[in-house]
Each structure stands twice: as structure tokens, then as C-alpha cells.
Design a protein around this ligand. Structure first.
Ligand code: ATP
Ligand code: MG
Length: 573
């Protein structure tokens, strides 16, 4: 488990402050968030987003959003759109939107220069043959038979690759570095491969060759003027290659040819990935769940995606506060899902209006009450600034079945015939007098007498009872569907288990319950309110039940809520 850090500078901020002091890159700070548009953002990405945008904001720099769109096979505009929307919803502002594909011409030009300088060659071997020759960390690799082909031939073949004259998979362009280097990434890494089967979502059919991550990423950072290229720990082993390609580029070209100031240079820094228990944090696995219908979509409220968390009722402030709590380190770890839930409870506790919802309703009839009245209730007890709402009170109310017992033990303090006094929340004190049952013995109606001088907010309202129960007036109650979610996976770390991760899904991760909610929630059966083009989620605490949010499946005659979190804090125990 990662330690929850004190609120001091994280290690990247310490590096940034030192770099500013030393005048590295003239003290300029520029970061980028570089998602590949091949899936929706998940909460792991938010950790990177908070770092990239956070550092820029804190040190008067800029952060650009750059789509790393170098593999047309898996990428799509659907993902570009969802990523921009999610970042916007989280409340971050990019300076510019860029695409790695903006640099395809420059990268191609650079590849040609590498070939001319004898630093790259076209390899005609299969992917398997190349892999076989890689060696191991302790054994050197074997040189390709094509490694020393003449520059002219390399140029001619690379150009033929780009013209679409070579079949996909038949040739690659490799950097000519060192087949014996202890860092395997230096053993003649692939710079370019052929992809003709899929058009690119931005450049269409213009390109038949596409740059690999290692060649594209650092150079894109360089072209843009990035100073701090922050990523996750799995890229530590790539860092020497990141630096190598920039060094070599500066040997075959001048900064001004790329429109970059002479002393500008990006450096890579790495922090630990976010992993959370009972879920998976990989776009590939999430895509599988979506495609196979194992969840309802990328925004299924059980998914750890940003849109899933949003639909579940997580707020941007709760998500950002969670990221703040876990901090950034150099060691991989696993964060307890309970901490995420704890954070959203803390956030909603102070803001979500309280309302009544009865999940397992039984009718309560008040023997000596006639007519109806409107009761004004505080949205949150004790927080007057959050206002009040009106509740209709009348002779027939829905209460929870579990709040009544016909033959109750001594320590049952809710409704039961025999003199116990119970307060109806925000209303009167009552005493049960009896009940009706159906042929099977199920209770159908509970009867009670009201003390008409005990209304909350009046002089008689101060009288204490051992318990308070929730109610919803029958004629004004609204039927609603409540979707109760549990962990998506049944085991703590599904990625660490052998076998098929899909078999580890929690079969009880969704339970649907019909409930009766108070009439004030009828308002929610309208189109959501938009703010800056973003639909605003309305959050509630259903008293004694948990935090809920209105689901977009809601229509003018069907109200749907998602449970964001239960009230109980499992984290503290
Ligand atoms: P996945 O493994 O889920 O497909 P990825 O790393 O391939 O994720 P990218 O779109 O390449 O996804 O990631 C964009 C940025 O987000 C990268 O800088 C990456 O380091 C960061 N990132 C991705 N996953 C996590 C995570 N779990 N925790 C922190 N940062 C992450
Ligand atoms: Mg990636």
C-alpha cells in the first residue's frame, strides 16, 4: 500500500523548482499530457493529468494536450472527443491541442537524415526473426543481415515503403545503434513500420509508414518546446533512448530548422502508475469489457474511467482530492478502492442535499391525522446556507419495512406496538398501534397514533425519542429505480491473477431496486442543466441509504439514480 503523503512538494515539483533556480530552459516550464486516442481516460490517466497540468499551473508554465496518434489501427476520433471532454470536465485547461501526426512530415524528414548519416537501415526480416536476434539482457543480440546495406539502398527502400509499394510487415526502418548494449532498447530499435490496412483518423491515406513511440515521442516534445516530459515508471528504461534520439537529431540538424530555440531541450521524468484494488487499469482490458458487453459501456458506473466515475456520481473535486491524497513516488503500489470511496463521501458530505427514499416500503396510516400540510426541511441539518426544501406530509406515508416490528425485542427502538415513541424525521412523534397482514402473513399496513403537539420546529418538537425514521408521503411519492453498485471484480488484484481476467468479474456488481422517493425529486425528470456546455450532475444523500446521483437514463416518466457510495466508511476500520 502506498503511504498517504504529507502536503509538501512532490519529488517532481522539487526537480522543477531546482531547474527554475538553475535556469534550465531559461527557467521556462512546459509540459504535455500525451494520451493515445485508443480508449477512454481512466483514473490512472487523471493522476498524470493532475501532474502535467498541475506543474504548469503552479510554476506559470503551459501544458498542452498532445494526442499520441501514431497507430491508426487502434485510434479513432471518438476517443479524441471523449478525452477532451473528460479533461474539460475535470476542470483543466490546455494551452494548445497538438497531435503527433502534426509532426509526420518533420519526423519523416528526420528519418531520411538518419538514413543519410548511416544511423538507420531498412530491415527486411520478419518481426519474429528480429525478436529472435534481440538477445537477452546478459547476452548480446545478433546483427541483422541487412544492417550494413548501403545508404542509397536504404533511402530507396524507405521511400518505397512510404509510397505504399511494400506490403505491411515486410520491412521496417531500424536505428543502427548497438546490438550488444545492456539496455535492450538500444539494440537497433524500430523507428518506422508500414501500416496500409487502416487510414489515419486525421491524415487519411497520406502515410504508409508510421513512427514508433520511441522515435516520435521525444522528438514531438522537442518540436513543441516541452521542458519536462513527465510519464510513468515503465518508461525509465526508455529514457536513455529518448535522450539518444534527441542527441542524434542535433547532430544531423539545427534547432532553427525545426523552429526551436537553440537552448530548448526536453527531459523525461517518471512517477509511479496508479493501480486500484478490485479493478483493472488498462485501456486494452476495459475495451474488452465494453466490446463483449460485460459492462454497459465505457461510462458504466462500475468502470474506473473518468466518464464512468462521473456517471457514478464522483465529482471533479473528489477525484482531484483523491489524487492529491495518494501523491507521487518512485515505487509501484496498489491503492485501496476504499480510499477513493472515502474521498467522495468526504466531498459529498458537505454539499449533497439530504432527501428521503424508501427502499423496501410498507404503508403507514396515521389514525388521528387528517388532511395534509407542507413541512419545510433543511437540505443539510446544521448547514443553513444550503437552504431548505418542502415535503408534503399526510395521513398515509411510506416507511421502511424494517422500521416496524410486530413483536419486537427490548432493544428495538423503532416502531412496534406497546408504547415506544418514534419521531418521523422533520415531523411528528408517533406510536404504533398495530398492523394488517396478507394471507401469507406479510405486513401490508402499519397503524400509528400521532402526538399532534410534537411537530419539529415547534415547542413540542424538542422532545427526544430514541430513534427517528424516514418517510415519504404516499400521494406525492415518486417511483424511482436505484442502481446499487459494488466492486467490478471479486478479487483484489485481477491483473496479478493467472488466467482470464474476465472470469474474475464480481457477479453481484449491480443490483437494481425500485424505491419511493419524496416528491421534491420530481424536478429531476427534466433535461439536465448545462454549464459551459457540460451537463451538471445532481447529487443527493438518501437518508440512511448513501449518496446517489441522477442517471442520464432518466426520462420524463422514469427516474433513475446511481448509488455513488454507501454511507458507511469501510476505509477507517
Ligand atoms: P493503458 O495502459 O491503460 O493503455 P497507456 O499508458 O497506454 O495506458 P496513454 O494514453 O499512453 O495510456 O497514457 C497517457 C499518459 O497517461 C501517459 O503519460 C501515461 O504514463 C499516463 N498513464 C497511463 N496510465 C496511468 C496510470 N495508471 N497511472 C498514472 N499515469 C498513467
Ligand atoms: Mg501508452
Amino acid at each position: 500500500m502506498d503511504e498517504v503523503q504529507e502536503k509538501s512538494l512532490n519529488f517532481i515539483e522539487q526537480i522543477v523548482e531546482k531547474n527554475i533556480e538553475e535556469g534550465v530552459n531559461d527557467g521556462r516550464i512546459q509540459t504535455r499530457f500525451p494520451p493515445e486516442p485508443n480508449g477512454y481516460l481512466h483514473i490512472g490517466h487523471v493522476k498524470a493529468i493532475c501532474m502535467d497540468f498541475g506543474v504548469a499551473e503552479k510554476y506559470n508554465g503551459i501544458c498542452n494536450l498532445r494526442f499520441d496518434d501514431t497507430n491508426p489501427v487502434k485510434e479513432d476520433v471518438e476517443y479524441v472527443d471523449s478525452i477532451t471532454q473528460d479533461i474539460h470536465w475535470l476542470g483543466f485547461k490546455w494551452a494548445n491541442i497538438f497531435y503527433a501526426s502534426d509532426y509526420f512530415d518533420k519526423l519523416y524528414d528526420l528519418a531520411i537524415r538518419f538514413i543519410k548519416a548511416g544511423k538507420a537501415y531498412v530491415d527486411e526480416q520478419t518481426a519474429e526473426q528480429i525478436a529472435e536476434q534481440k538477445g537477452t539482457p546478459t547476452e548480446p543480440g545478433k546483427a541483422s543481415p541487412y544492417r550494413d546495406r548501403p545508404v542509397e539502398e536504404n533511402l530507396r527502400l524507405f521511400e518505397a515503403m512510404q509510397r505504399g509499394e511494400i506490403e505491411e510487415g515486410k520491412m521496417v526502418l531500424r536505428a543502427k545503434i548497438d546490438m550488444a548494449n545492456p539496455n535492450m532498447h538500444f539494440r537497433d530499435p524500430i523507428m518506422y513500420r508500414i501500416i496500409t490496412s487502416h487510414p489515419h483518423h486525421r491524415t487519411g491515406r497520406k502515410w504508409n509508414v508510421y513512427p514508433m513511440y520511441d522515435f516520435a515521442h521525444g522528438q514531438s516534445d522537442y518540436f513543441e518546446g516541452v521542458t519536462h516530459s513527465i510519464c510513468t515508471l515503465e518508461f525509465v528504461v526508455h529514457r536513455p533512448l529518448y535522450d539518444y534520439f534527441i542527441d542524434e537529431m542535433l547532430k544531423v540538424s539545427k534547432p532553427e530548422e525545426w523552429g526551436v530555440p537553440a537552448n530548448s531541450r526536453p527531459h523525461q521524468f517518471e512517477f509511479n502508475r496508479l493501480n486500484i484494488t478490485y479493478t483493472v487499469m488498462s485501456k486494452r482490458k476495459m475495451l474488452q469489457l465494453v466490446k463483449e458487453g460485460l459492462v454497459r459501456g465505457w461510462d458504466d458506473p462500475r468502470m474506473p474511467t473518468v466518464c464512468g466515475l462521473r456517471r457514478r456520481g464522483y465529482t471533479p473535486s473528489a477525484i482531484r482530492s483523491f489524487i492529491d491524497k495518494i501523491g507521487y513516488t518512485k515505487v509501484e503500489g496498489m491503492i485501496d478502492l476504499g480510499l477513493l470511496e472515502h474521498t467522495v463521501r468526504e466531498d459529498l458530505k458537505e454539499t449533497a442535499p439530504r432527501v428521503c427514499a424508501i427502499f423496501d416500503p410498507v404503508r403507514l396510516v396515521l389514525n388521528n391525522y387528517e388532511g395534509s400540510e407542507t413541512i419545510t426541511a433543511q437540505n443539510i441539518d446544521g448547514i443553513e446556507a444550503l437552504g431548505t426544501r418542502e415535503m408534503l406530509f399526510g395521513k398515509e406515508l411510506w416507511i421502511e419495512r424494517g422500521d416496524f416490528m410486530e413483536d419486537a425485542p427490548k432493544d428495538f427502538f423503532r416502531l412496534s406496538p406497546g408504547g415506544r415513541e418514534v419521531r418521523l424525521k422533520n415531523a411528528y412523534i408517533i406510536q404504533a398501534t398495530g398492523c394488517d397482514k396478507d394471507a401469507d402473513g406479510n405486513i401490508t399496513t402499519v397503524y400509528a397514533n400521532v402526538d399532534l403537539n410534537s411537530k419539529s420546529g415547534t415547542e413540542g418538537g424538542n422532545r427526544k425519542t430514541k430513534s427517528t425514521i424516514n418517510w415519504v408521503e404516499c400521494s406525492s411519492a415518486v417511483d424511482a429505480e436505484a442502481r446499487l453498485y459494488d466492486r467490478l471484480f471479486a478479487c483484489e488484484d485481477p491483473s496479478a491473477e493467472e488466467g482470464d481476467f474476465r472470469e474474475l468479474l464480481n457477479p453481484d456488481s449491480l443490483k437494481i431496486v425500485n424505491c419511493k422517493v419524496e416528491g421534491s425529486l420530481r424536478n429531476e425528470m427534466h433535461a439536465p442543466v448545462l454549464k459551459e456546455g457540460i451537463a451538471q450532475e445532481n447529487h443527493y444523500q438518501f437518508l440512511k441509504q448513501g449518496y446517489f446521483v441522477v442517471d442520464p437514463d432518466t426520462t420524463a416518466d422514469h427516474l433513475v439514480f446511481n448509488r455513488t457510495a454507501s454511507l458507511k466508511d469501510n476505509w477507517k476500520k
